[in-house]
Every structure is written in C-alpha cells, then in structure tokens.
Design a protein around this ligand. Structure first.
Ligand code: UT7
Length: 333
C-alpha cells in the first residue's frame, strides 16, 4: 500500500565498494571444469571481484558507507541509524552493523543486521524508510555487503562461478516535499523449501563439527533451475505491485535496477514487464552476483553515471534465498 504519511523519505547519497582483485572466467576455469563460453552464455558474467585475504564484509561495508555519506554531503555524526544486510557476516554475532558502527566512529548509533539474502537491499530500504517516517530517526545509513567468496565451494562449478564480493550503500533522510522519494516498498517470502538455496551448516540445526566440514555443508548450495523459474515470476509481480497503486504504466518507469543474478533472468523480466532492456542498469558482466550488495552497487553506479535525474521513476527489484523478494519504487527528488 502507498504510505499515508505526508513526510517523504529520500535517498540523499549512494556509495559502493568493489574489492581490487578481479577474477576472470578463465581464472575460474583453472579451479573447476568450466569455460568462459559457458559462464557468459548461461549467466552473462564475465568476471567478478573477490575480497583480499583478511578483508572482511564489514570492511567493505565501511568503504561503501563512507562514500554514501560523502555523496549525501552530510557529517557522519548526522547518521542515527545503521542497517546492514548480509548473508556473510563477519561472524554470527555481534552484528556486522555494530562492527561498521564502531569502524565508522559513530558511537551509540542504533545498528543491526537483517538477513534476506539477495533481497537484503530492498528489504532494508523498506525497513529504514518506515523507521524514518516514524520520527524516531532522522538519517539512516543502509548497506548491502557480501563476502560470498567466504562461503563458496570452489569444487562446485554449478555455484562458485556465479557469485562475487562487494558492498553498496545509501543514506536516507526525511524530506519536506511530498510525492517524491521512496513511494512504495513491496515484499514477500516463501520459506517452504529452504534447501533450494542455503548454507546448511554453521547454525543451530547443524552446528560446526568435523563431520559437517567434511561433508562441505558450510558452503552455499543451490538448485539453480528451481530458483530461476521462481525469480522471473516473483520479481515481475513485485514490480507490478509497486507501480500499480500509483497508476503508473510501464512507460512511466525511467530506470529499472534489478538484482544481478543472471542476464537470462533479467531478459525474461524485461519481456514480462514490457520494459525495454535499455531502461535496465546491469553490471553482471563485471561483478557477478554480489547478493545483498547487488542492487546497492548498481544503484550507486547508475546514479554516478548520470542515469538518474530529478523526477525520474526508478524501480528496484530483487529476489533471493528464503525465498525472499521485494521491490522499491522511487521518484527521484
Ligand atoms: O541470487 C539469487 C539466487 N540465484 C539465482 O538467481 C540463480 C538462478 N539460476 C541460474 O542462474 C541458472 O539456473 C544457473 C546459471 C545456475 C544454471 O543455468 P542452467 O541453464 O539452469 O543450467 P543447468 O543447471 O541446467 O545445467 C546445464 C548443464 C549441466 O550439464 P548436463 O547435466 O546438461 O550435462 C550442468 O552440469 O551445465 C552444466 N554446468 C556447467 N558447465 C560448465 C553447470 N554449471 C556449469 C559450469 N560450467 N560452471
């Protein structure tokens, strides 16, 4: 439902960070039985970034967060809420958001993590905008950040070629103008079949043990085909749910920023929505699937590339493990 509050929540700034280390498809072919041709034609991925040894999910989050604060043109002390979305936290607890809070030098700021896998960035946009509208907070820093390379099985060619590391961030704040900013957030989840995409061990169901490690259960597992079918359907629906209450038509949308999982998924989504591909911002060829970071990185890239203008309708959409999905409709301020 469209928000009833008259106060708008706008994106004041964006930032992103990609680790320096570029890993090409040919590099992956040295590890598993794959090829540049297979990866490009089945996914659209050309290369990805992997974090340096010792570089953590929170380190990447801080880099992206600093850039978002700088782009917002505010003092970091104005931030009073930090939300981090990740499925590869530095450790199960404390939250990565608390580590980010400390590393950014923002004592006492409310900070917590959310876990919605690849839908993390659109979920935290929804959560942060509701928290700002409540009046309890004034400036939120939201970050999607992943070190997927820490949970990839480099003996499993069906998954390890797909993912990459990085972080995307945005600073949100309340604005006086009505009818702009984050207009609508939609989302959903279906936990009935968690094994289609999961990290089976390391939690309370299968705590770490010699057996769980020998069975390689601490790595990401995925049934790609299952996810593929669901992805196109739920992302298409999430987009329609976001725009229809505002009476918008597909031609009104200036830019779509989809989760970067597979170019064939994005192609199918574009056809389903009837929105041409030149209105989509993609970077899958360079970064692969960065999970919770993907939408934030693409948003920052599109903004800095001058693809977003005042008055534009921008539609963000994602899906991921859970399954989870969600969309955000923004009228750029
Ligand atoms: O972020 C959210 C979550 N994830 C996703 O969105 C992923 C959604 N799914 C996908 O993107 C695709 O399903 C994949 C890219 C994962 C797989 O593509 P596919 O067209 O569904 O391939 P497939 O799983 O049907 O595999 C086709 C063939 C198989 O060989 P056989 O059985 O036909 O002989 C696989 O063993 O391709 C083989 N294969 C590979 N070959 C070379 C699978 N991975 C690779 C590989 N290199 N890396």
């Amino acid at each position: 439902m469209p928000p009833h509050s008259s106060q708008s929540v706008v994106i004041l700034g964006t930032g992103s960070y990609l680790p320096e280390r570029v890993v090409t498809n040919d590099d992956m072919a040295k590890l598993v039985d794959t090829s540049d041709e297979w990866i490009r034609s089945r996914t659209g991925i050309g290369e990805r970034r992997f974090a340096a040894k010792g570089e953590t999910t929170s380190d990447m989050a801080c880099e992206a967060g600093r850039k978002a604060i700088e782009s917002a043109g505010i003092a970091k002390e104005e931030i009073d809420l930090i939300i981090v979305a990740t499925m590869t936290p530095d450790m199960p607890f404390p939250s990565t958001a608390c580590l980010v809070q400390s590393k950014l030098g923002l004592p006492n700021v409310t900070a917590f993590d959310i876990q919605a896998a690849c839908s993390g960035f659109v979920y935290e946009l929804s959560i942060a905008s509701a928290m700002l509208r409540s009046g309890q907070f004034k400036r939120a820093l939201i970050i999607g950040t992943e070190k997927t390379s820490s949970i990839l099985d480099f003996e499993d060619r069906t998954t390890c070629v797909l993912f990459g590391d990085g972080a995307g961030a945005a600073v949100l704040g309340c604005g006086d103008a009505t009818g702009v900013g984050i207009l609508n957030c939609t989302g959903g989840s279906d936990g009935s079949n968690p094994s289609v995409l999961c990290q089976p061990a390391g939690g309370s169901a299968i705590p770490a043990s010699i057996e769980s490690i020998q069975a390689r259960q601490h790595f990401l597992k995925m049934s790609g085909k299952e996810i593929f079918k669901q992805a196109v359907r739920v992302m298409g629906q999430a987009c329609m749910d976001a725009i229809e209450p505002f009476g918008l038509k597909k031609d009104d949308i200036n830019l779509v920023i989809p989760h970067q999982a597979n170019m064939r998924i994005i192609d199918s989504l574009a056809k389903r929505l009837g929105i041409p591909m030149d209105k989509f911002h993609n970077n899958l060829d360079r970064y692969g699937n960065t999970s919770a970071a993907s939408v934030g990185i693409a948003l920052d890239e599109a903004y800095r590339a001058g693809r977003i203008h005042s008055g534009d309708y921008v539609l963000l959409v994602a899906f991921g493990a859970g399954l989870t999905w969600g969309s955000t409709l923004i009228k750029w301020q």
